[in-house]
Every structure is written in structure tokens, then in C-alpha cells.
Design a binder for this molecule. Structure first.
Ligand SMILES: Nc1ncnc2c1ncn2[C@@H]1O[C@H](COP(=O)(O)OP(=O)(O)OP(=O)(O)O)[C@@H](O)[C@H]1O
Ligand SMILES: [Mg+2]
Length: 310
């Protein structure tokens, strides 16, 4: 099966690699190629067919649906896997918004609630809440974006430590909450709950706020099925969610993913199952049928990017 692992297009300019995207820097603009690389445990664990296209096209869909709220970085989408973006000065804050009391990692709101925290982004939660319950209103819960690891910091500390100015913080918060409200509203019309998400912002030369990176993708957001949520919540059951965890679990069982120099190859059935799930998510989120881009992928991208030489 054809997969997009990595690109090497000298004609586009200097390349850097994120975990998922290959990024070509052309001064004022970036060529963002979303590959099929799948990361977990801070490393690439597999390549998932069509995942890059799903992520790129899901973002493109949402950028279009939200550009009346805040300008975004998209200049063109000349290929299913590629976005030409305005290069911005990155704001070192991950603008996390949460709509439900959930999650199991250290930074998750349910974990912190379990440890006794009640104050979140200026909202004080009652003591009686249960896992996966809807929050009285969405919470802006940013973390810093740092090389080592992201931290949850109070707005005051973020401003004091120089991550953002007070004014920029206020603009990011306002934009993030409006984007999330739009996301929830549109998701509901597709039978989905937008549970939580993470936005990245940049600033342009005039200091204007710009939404960058990706928006409301299965990698940056959590979605639950709307139709079964109430019943399952009432019964104390986990919501129907988009499960990607099985691949991580396989690696945990078959390797030491934080330590091993080389990882085993994931079983083909699991990779294909995850691919099908990404495609299903794309179709439910956007309401569009997934049209696999022409293969082989690499020469197609090269062709579609010829007029964007750096
Ligand atoms: N318009 C833009 N201007 C500047 N930087 C951008 C823009 N859009 C996206 N980026 C950055 O490009 C990178 C996208 O690559 P990718 O998603 O693979 O990175 P990542 O592995 O998530 O990296 P990171 O840990 O930095 O988020 C991110 O670092 C993102 O912040
Ligand atoms: Mg990223």
C-alpha cells in the first residue's frame, strides 16, 4: 500500500521535520506536507495509510468554516496532503479548550479534578461532578509550548514568564473560545460532540492574530458520538469515542516504547484498522466522502507543487 513517509523536495527550499509534517520554509510562507507518520510516546510508531490526507483535509475544512472568527494561515491547498501557509511568528502557548470533565493523563482535567483542583480558568467546579460530565461552560486551559514538555501555567504566570503579553493572552482566549463554540455547534450537526481541542496561534507582521497549524482534527481534538452520550453517561459507561488507543497498547505489550532503540513493526491488521477509523472520522466530521488522492503519492505531490518552487 502506498504511504507517505517522508518527502525530499529540494526545489521547495530548506526542510525541517515535525513529528507528522514536513515543513519547507520559503521566507514568507511555509509548505506544510502532512505525512502518514503516526507518533506516540514521543516517537514515530507506525505509518497509517491516508492519515496525512485525512488530517490535512479535515483542517482545510475547518479553517474554511471558521475564517469569519479569526484569520488563518491557509493560502492554498494544492494537493490532498499539502497546505501552503502564511509563515507566522509562533505564539508559545497551546490554546487548549475543554468542554467535558475527562481524560486520564497527568494534565487532563479529570485527573486534576480527582486530585482536588476545582478552579479552572476562572471557573469553580462543584464537588459533585462525574467523569465525562459536561462542564457548565467550556474552559480555556492553556499550556506552554516548550521543547522539553508542555506545562500548565496560570495566565498570570504565563504573562509574568514572558510567554505572551497580557493583551495577546486575552485575544487568544477570546478566539479559542469562539472557535470552540463554532466547533461544538458544527460537530453537533454531524452527530458528534467536540469534547476538547488544542489550537495554535501565530502573529503576522502587523501583530495580527492568525490561527495556524491544524484545527479540529482527530489528532488535536477529542470527539464523542452525540446520540449515545446521554444514555451511556447516565449508565456510568464511557462514551462512544474514536479509539486510537489499541495501537499504543499493542506497542506497550510488545516493546518498551520509551526505551527500545528500535520498535517492532505493528501488525498490518491494526494499521489498516486505524486507517479505516481515520477515514470514517473524516467522513463524519466533514460530511464529505473521502476521496483517496491519486497514487503513487510522492510524484503526485511533486507535480502539484511544481508552481510553488522556493
Ligand atoms: N503558519 C505557521 N507558521 C509557523 N509555524 C507553523 C505554522 N503552522 C504550523 N506551524 C508549526 O509547524 C509544525 C508542524 O509540524 P508537526 O505538526 O509535525 O509538528 P509537531 O511534531 O507537532 O511539532 P511541535 O512539537 O512543534 O508541535 C509545528 O511546530 C507548528 O507549530
Ligand atoms: Mg503538531
Amino acid at each position: 500500500m502506498d504511504m507517505l513517509r517522508e518527502t525530499d523536495f529540494d526545489f521547495l527550499g530548506p526542510k525541517t521535520m515535525g513529528k507528522v509534517r514536513d515543513i519547507y520554509d520559503q521566507g514568507d510562507r511555509l509548505i506544510l506536507i502532512t505525512t502518514d507518520r503516526h507518533s506516540s510516546f514521543d516517537r514515530i510508531i507506525a505509518h497509517i495509510p491516508w492519515k496525512g490526507q485525512v488530517l490535512n483535509q479535515t483542517s482545510a475544512h475547518w479553517f474554511e468554516l471558521t475564517r469569519d472568527i479569526v484569520p488563518n494561515h491557509v493560502l492554498a491547498v494544492p494537493d490532498p496532503n499539502v497546505t501552503i501557509a502564511r509563515k507566522c511568528q509562533m505564539v508559545p502557548v497551546e490554546a487548549v479548550v475543554r468542554g467535558y470533565l475527562t481524560g486520564v493523563t497527568d494534565t487532563a482535567i479529570w485527573t486534576r479534578y480527582g486530585k482536588g483542583q476545582r478552579d479552572f480558568g476562572g471557573l469553580k467546579l462543584p464537588d459533585t461532578m462525574r467523569k465525562n460530565q459536561k462542564l457548565p461552560q467550556p474552559i480555556f486551559d492553556p499550556t506552554t509550548k516548550e521543547a522539553s514538555h508542555d506545562r500548565t501555567l496560570s495566565p498570570e504566570a504565563m504573562i509574568a514568564e514572558g510567554f505572551v503579553s497580557k493583551d495577546l493572552f486575552a485575544r487568544i482566549k477570546d478566539a479559542a473560545l469562539k472557535l470552540f463554540a463554532r466547533g461544538q455547534q458544527v460537530a453537533a450537526s454531524r452527530g458528534l460532540l467536540l469534547v476538547d481541542t488544542k489550537y495554535e496561534f501565530g502573529t503576522d507582521k502587523e501583530g495580527g492574530l492568525v490561527l495556524i497549524d491544524e484545527i479540529h482534527t482527530p489528532d488535536s481534538s477529542r470527539y464523542w458520538q452525540l446520540d449515545t452520550y446521554d444514555k451511556r453517561f447516565a449508565a456510568g459507561e464511557e462514551p462512544d469515542y474514536f479509539d486510537k488507543e489499541f495501537l499504543r497498547l499493542w506497542f506497550k505489550e510488545h516493546s518498551d516504547p520509551y526505551a527500545d532503540e528500535e520498535l517492532p513493526q505493528a501488525p498490518r491488521e491494526l494499521v489498516e484498522e486505524l486507517s479505516r477509523r481515520y477515514i470514517r472520522m473524516y467522513e463524519q466530521i466533514t460530511g464529505k466522502k473521502f476521496e483517496p488522492g491519486e497514487t503513487p503519492i510522492l510524484p503526485r505531490i511533486e507535480r502539484n507543487l511544481r508552481s510553488f518552487a522556493g
